[in-house]
Design a protein around this ligand. Structure first.
Ligand code: ACO
Length: 162
């Protein structure tokens, strides 16, 4: 497998993968309106870290880096049904942390975790205690009910991937 991060850049292969990821999100996040998923995945200010297996996307994370604030908001995260619980979700998050730190210059992630995904995010180092100063994120991320706001601090030096 390989890990790639792209946005809506008009490159055919990237667009094919982004559409595949959008389809995984639609299926795995049934409470999210499909039009909302398409809008964010295709929005140029969002990026998607994707897992590619035999040239097919099997999961990914779509996030919006707020570079001036040095944090990122994770919008969607999912692995396709028949590849879940094999460790891909953990590897995906580790690749995202490394990329967000080294390429985007971010120090934190915030996300509204679905209640059934709080366990997954906790295992990835997210907490319900928000240490990031409110001035850095208030007004940037949209309020969303039906989820728990969680934060993850990205270690400044740790190698997250090998
Ligand atoms: N609740 C509690 N623990 C979980 C959950 C869960 N829902 N899912 C996975 N875990 C645990 C695993 O048991 C594993 O623990 P271990 O390391 O002690 O063995 C650890 O988290 C990592 O497991 P992975 O195999 O790496 O996780 P996976 O590849 O299955 O990906 C994911 C996890 C992304 C949550 C996947 O199950 C999925 O797509 N679920 C449906 C969609 C979803 O709920 N997405 C998150 C919504 S919130 C949002 O998008 C902002």
């Amino acid at each position: 497998v390989k890990f790639v991060c792209y946005n809506n850049d008009g490159v055919d292969q990237h667009m094919i993968w982004l559409i595949g990821l959008k389809n995984i999100f639609s299926r795995q996040l049934p409470n999210m309106p499909k039009e909302y998923i398409v809008r964010l995945v295709m929005d140029r200010s969002h990026k998607s870290m994707m897992i590619i297996k035999q040239n097919q996307v099997i999961g990914g994370i779509t996030y919006r880096p707020y570079s001036s604030q040095r944090f990122g908001e994770i919008a969607f995260c999912a692995i396709t049904a028949d590849e879940q619980v094999k460790g891909y979700g953990t590897r995906l998050m580790n690749h995202l942390k490394q990329y967000a730190r080294d390429v985007d210059g971010l120090t934190h992630f915030l996300t509204y975790a679905d209640n059934n995904a709080v366990g997954y995010f906790t295992k990835q180092g997210f907490t319900k205690e928000i240490e990031l100063e409110k001035e850095r994120w208030q007004g940037y991320i949209k309020d969303y009910d039906g989820g728990t706001l969680m934060e993850c601090k990205i270690d400044p030096k740790l190698p997250y991937t090998d």
